[in-house]
Design a protein around this ligand. Structure first.
Ligand code: BEZ
Length: 394
């Protein structure tokens, strides 16, 4: 036999062997382990409903994808952050160090989210923020592994200032909780309002999460501003809007705010909220096929109407799904994971948006008017509004 035919016979023999040989279990490609997602959200206190809506929205999208992201099954680990900044570092470290999560989704409260961003930045764990608007998260603290599916506090606040100023209001009083979200939502309003010719005469604050407003409403009535701008959310928003109306102020001084003042709260606020104008990146009555199908699916799953928090949770899952699809579930490929989200157009119920360089949504801000149980869209107050992302160096 010449050399060449022998090689051909040997090759044929080995290749047929290869077909019939069974590899030992250790050599077979094993499925990737479950992706561990840590929800750090408020499940108690004034922001409870917001945390639940975020979790619902997130899970709705995961279910739409057949329960897997990037080919990996999911395991959820939950921590109640109680909207308490003093417990935030311990809580987030439990998820990172004890529970070894791959991704953290959270939270609602700006003070808590700051501690989460710090821990995520130090550990490199992926963090997707589905609400907490603290400007610094996508400003001075911005990082390759930190993303926001919601808003910065500046965005809806600035828009409301511009709207109120353009309506010809000259003198405003602001009232909010004394913490990062309240401070930043007042600062954003002031910036937009003063640019449009208005003046903020007085800034009133209440410790978070207090809801004793009586004496402050008397002070507002005496000062007779053209408009009152306010940030409260969840249970606090219900109480403030009702107290404002009970004091008769809604008949004489319009109450406006970022949309958190009336989102997910109208059932409880009822008559007290009627006619109120707010600005937000979501609204009722968008009437797009995307929003209509999202709302129908959410209502079917949870027997509830979705609100802005549900949308933000849903979009957090969309962003995670996009990043994980690009790396086939290997979340350790940080640059590719981040690059995929940076390039994406997120097909949100609110309308399509992209994240800017700082990883915060660049999005339309709607002017809405309360009509019955809806925050009806009146107009687009500002199209494609990007946060200034002050101090972000990536
Ligand atoms: C915040 O703390 O960032 C926040 C809480 C509720 C609604 C909106 C913002």
């Amino acid at each position: 036999m010449t050399a060449r035919p022998w090689i051909a016979v040997a090759a044929a023999t080995f290749s047929s062997l290869a077909i019939t040989v069974t590899l030992p279990a250790s050599a077979q490609s094993s499925p990737q382990p479950k992706l561990r997602i840590g929800f750090m959200l408020p499940y108690s206190g004034t922001y409870t409903a917001l945390g639940v809506a975020i979790e619902n929205g997130f899970k709705l999208h995961v279910d739409e994808l057949g329960g897997k992201l990037g080919g990996r099954e999911i395991e959820y680990i939950k921590v109640d952050d109680e909207s308490d900044p003093s417990k935030a570092t311990d809580n987030v470290n439990k998820l990172i160090k004890r529970d070894n999560v791959d991704v953290i989704v959270g939270t609602v409260h700006s003070g808590v989210v700051m501690a989460m961003a710090k821990a995520a930045k130090e550990s490199g764990t992926v963090l997707i923020v589905p609400n907490g608007g603290a400007n610094a998260v996508t400003g001075t603290m911005c990082a390759q592994n930190i993303f926001r599916s919601s808003f910065s506090n500046w965005q809806p606040a600035y828009a409301m200032g511009e709207v109120a100023g353009k309506q010809g209001k000259k003198k405003a009083i602001t009232i909010t909780w004394k913490y990062a979200a309240g401070d930043e939502m007042v600062a954003g309003f002031k910036e937009g309002f003063e640019k449009a010719g208005g003046q903020v005469a007085k800034q009133i604050t209440v410790p978070f999460p207090n809801v004793e407003f009586q004496a402050l409403l008397t002070e507002i009535a005496a000062a007779k501003p053209d408009v009152v701008y306010s940030f409260f959310a969840g249970g606090g928003a219900v109480k403030f809007v009702k107290d404002y109306a009970a004091a008769g102020l809604n008949k004489t001084i319009p109450l406006v705010g970022p949309g958190f003042l009336t989102d997910g709260t109208l059932e409880a606020q009822g008559e007290a909220a009627q006619g109120m104008l707010t600005t937000l990146h979501y609204a009722d009555g968008l009437n797009t096929p995307r929003d209509t199908s999202f709302r129908a699916a959410y209502a079917k799953s949870f027997k509830l109407q979705p609100d802005v928090y549900a949308v933000q949770g849903y979009d957090a899952a969309q962003m995670l799904a996009i990043g994980l699809a690009a790396v086939k579930g290997d979340i350790g490929k940080k640059a590719e994971f981040a690059g995929a989200i940076e390039k994406a157009k997120i097909d949100s119920p609110r309308g399509t948006f992209a994240v800017g360089k700082s990883h915060n949504p660049v999005q339309d801000i709607y002017l809405r008017k309360v009509d019955g149980k809806e925050n009806r869209m009146v107009s687009v107050a500002i199209k494609g509004l990007a946060d200034p992302a002050r101090g972000c160096r990536m």
